[in-house]
Every structure is written in structure tokens, then in C-alpha cells.
Design a protein around this ligand. Structure first.
Ligand code: TYM
Length: 337
């Protein structure tokens, strides 16, 4: 079973990324062949700093390794090092419906947030994401809930490609998403009706993976809750529901267990318990990150090694896709010595 996922090298990674996605990446190394991509080409679809982009890629690589990705057990690479992703994006754009791209939630939200240029790249973002996964014929894609729409689009693109060019064969694998039962959508601590993100109005609502114990404690203790006292999930209690979900994910326990354990504890004691658990959960990651981040040449070597492994797989898919689409020299002619 081949498992693929991608993560942006923008901003600082937060508890939502960690619980919703990174924990699953680590687990998938033991279930199959894991391929993980730092998607720098996605990061440039909105305004960014060229001077910082490489640094952010190293930050993200160090964080993923600190979280438990083992370069000997999986493939970890930087998207732009494998040019097949961009070529496949172009080829797949011929079987992608324009109207669908224009209606994607992320495109609508991000394009509204742009002050100056809404780039064509922002519109094509989901096609590049489809290419990321389809280039590896991955079976499974671990992601958080916010990526569901992107996954549905990539499944449709694969199906349309196969129908148009496959001659009855599944040339591209139609991937399944893997969205966790608990922690698929961690919410902002200050506004529990919006998801936790790097672009939140205030940092108070976002716990970063590399936050120190004091910052984590401050943010969790000042998390917005309702005026009740009972620790249980309910539509009118999104703040408490979010904290229950966080503690359940961190302790790898069902949310019901957290509810029965803390039902009458009171919000203050409950928040303190969540803060303590999150501090303990993230501390080893922060320590390992500090050890790894200093050695950029080692990180670069890991990414280069990963790119070589990834390229070998993606090149094979691309050769098939080109062949099926009648693009370029025929396959046999190209492989002549
Ligand atoms: P990105 O970098 O925004 O997020 C990385 C992963 O974190 C998950 N996530 C969350 N999970 C739970 N709660 C939250 N509040 C939360 N916020 C983010 C995301 O669902 C994601 O799994 N477009 C993708 C990157 C990408 C990709 C791919 C993913 C590019 N190519 C191919 C899968 C397959 C993105 O921006 O993720």
C-alpha cells in the first residue's frame, strides 16, 4: 500500500497540522510505503518571501523528522526537486473542469483575501495537488478535514483521465482519503467556529508545535468557552468540544472517555489538564527539532535522497501518461540506448 501526503512549508506548523495530519504520516510508515512531500510550489501561489522559502522548507523537514518520520523508512522530499509534478499538472489540467476550480472553497476564500494579484496558480493549486498524489499512484492520502474537497477533485481527475485515455485500464490510481475520526478539524482557541490556522487573526488562538510550555499554558487557559460548567460536547459548546477533541487526540482516547472523566471537574481544572497534556505531548518534538534544525546540510541531503527515490516512481507514471495521451516521442523510441 502506498501512502502519500503533502504539507506546506509556510508559517509555523500548529497543533491542528500535528494532530490532523503529521501524527498520521508517522503512523503510516508502519502500515505501508510512505511518501511525504514539502510542497514549496503550492506555497508560492500567494505572496511570499523568496529569501525565506528555503528556510521554511528546512523548518518543515526538521519538524517532520522530529515528529517521527524516519528518512530510512519513508520518502521525504521537496516538491520542486521533482519536476514531474509540474509536467503532470499541465497534462491533468486538460481533464480538469475550470468551473469546478473556480468553485473550490479554498480558491474562493484565498482569492478574496488577496489585496493585489489573484494568481492563475492559485486557481490551479488543486490540479498540482492532484498531480502530487497521482504521480505516485498512491492508494491512501492522510489529511485533515479541510482537504476533503481537494481529495474529491483529484479522484474525479483520475477517473476522467482513465475514462478518456485508459482504454479500460486504471492508468492512474483513484486514491482514498484517510481523515482521522478524532482531531480532523482542530478549531481556533479564540474563535472555535473557525479552524486553527497560521493565518488566524491572533496568535492567541493557535498553539504552535514549537511553542514553549508557558505559551501553551497561556493559550489553552485563555481558550474561549461558554458560560456553562459541564465538560461535554454540544453544538452550543464549540470551545469545550474542541478542547475535548484535543485531549482525546493527545491521549489517544475516545472523546466519551474524556467527557466522563472531566464531566464535573469545572472548566478551569479541565483547561489546566489539557494544557498539561499538550505540553508533555509536544515537548519531545521541540527538543528533537532544536537538535535537527541546525544542520541544514544534513536536511538538504535527506531531501535530495528523497527526491531521487520519488523521481524514479514519478518518471515511470509520467512516461505512461505521456504515452497514453500521445504526447512526445513514442515510449519505445525514447528508451532506445
Ligand atoms: P497544509 O500545509 O495547509 O496542512 C497540512 C495538513 O494539516 C491538516 N490541517 C489540519 N488538521 C486538523 N485541524 C486543523 N485545524 C488543520 N489545519 C490543517 C491539513 O488537512 C493537511 O493534511 N493543500 C495541502 C498540501 C498538499 C497536499 C498534497 C496534501 C499539497 N499536495 C497532496 C495531501 C496530498 C495543504 O495546504 O496542507
Amino acid at each position: 500500500m502506498r501512502i502519500f501526503s503533502g504539507i506546506q512549508p509556510t508559517g509555523r506548523k500548529h497543533l491542528g497540522n500535528y494532530i490532523g495530519a503529521i501524527v498520521q504520516y508517522v503512523a503510516s510508515q508502519y502500515r505501508g510505503e510512505g511518501i511525504f512531500c514539502i510542497v514549496d510550489l503550492h506555497a508560492i501561489t500567494v505572496p511570499y518571501s523568496p529569501a525565506e522559502l528555503r528556510e521554511r522548507c528546512y523548518d518543515t523537514a526538521a519538524l517532520l523528522i522530529a515528529a517521527g518520520l524516519e528518512p530510512a523508512r519513508c520518502t521525504l522530499f521537496r516538491q520542486s526537486d521533482v519536476p514531474e509534478h509540474t509536467e503532470l499538472t499541465w497534462l491533468l489540467s486538460t481533464v480538469t473542469e475550470l468551473g469546478r476550480l473556480q468553485r473550490m472553497h479554498q480558491f474562493r476564500d484565498k482569492s478574496l483575501a488577496q489585496r493585489e494579484l489573484v494568481s492563475a496558480a492559485l486557481l490551479c493549486y488543486p490540479v498540482l495537488q492532484a498531480a502530487d498524489v497521482l504521480a505516485y499512484r498512491a492508494h491512501e492520502v492522510p489529511v485533515g478535514e479541510d482537504q476533503r474537497e481537494h481529495l474529491e477533485l483529484m479522484r474525479d481527475v483520475a477517473r476522467r483521465f482513465n475514462a478518456r485515455f485508459g482504454d479500460g485500464e486504471e492508468v492512474l490510481v483513484v486514491p482514498e482519503h484517510r481523515i482521522p475520526d478524532v482531531g480532523a478539524r482542530i478549531m481556533d482557541l479564540q474563535d472555535p467556529t473557525t479552524k486553527m490556522s497560521t493565518t488566524a487573526a491572533s496568535e492567541q488562538g493557535t498553539v504552535f508545535v514549537l511553542d514553549g510550555p508557558q505559551a501553551i499554558e497561556r493559550k489553552l487557559k485563555s481558550a474561549v468557552t461558554d458560560s456553562g460548567t459541564e465538560v461535554r460536547r454540544a453544538p452550543e459548546k464549540p470551545g469545550i468540544g474542541n478542547l475535548i477533541e484535543i485531549l482525546a487526540a493527545v491521549r489517544d482516547a475516545p472523546p466519551e472517555q474524556i467527557e466522563s472523566e472531566y464531566a464535573d471537574a469545572g472548566y478551569g481544572a479541565f483547561k489546566a489538564a489539557v494544557a498539561g497534556a499538550v505540553i508533555e505531548y509536544l515537548a519531545p518534538v521541540r527538543e528533537r527539532y532544536d537538535e535537527l534544525r541546525g544542520d541544514e546540510s544534513q536536511l538538504e541531503q535527506i531531501l535530495q535522497g528523497g527526491a531521487a527515490q520519488a523521481s524514479a516512481i514519478a518518471a515511470e507514471t509520467l512516461a505512461d501518461v505521456r504515452e497514453r495521451m500521445g504526447v512526445g516521442a513514442p515510449r519505445r523510441a525514447r528508451t532506445l540506448p
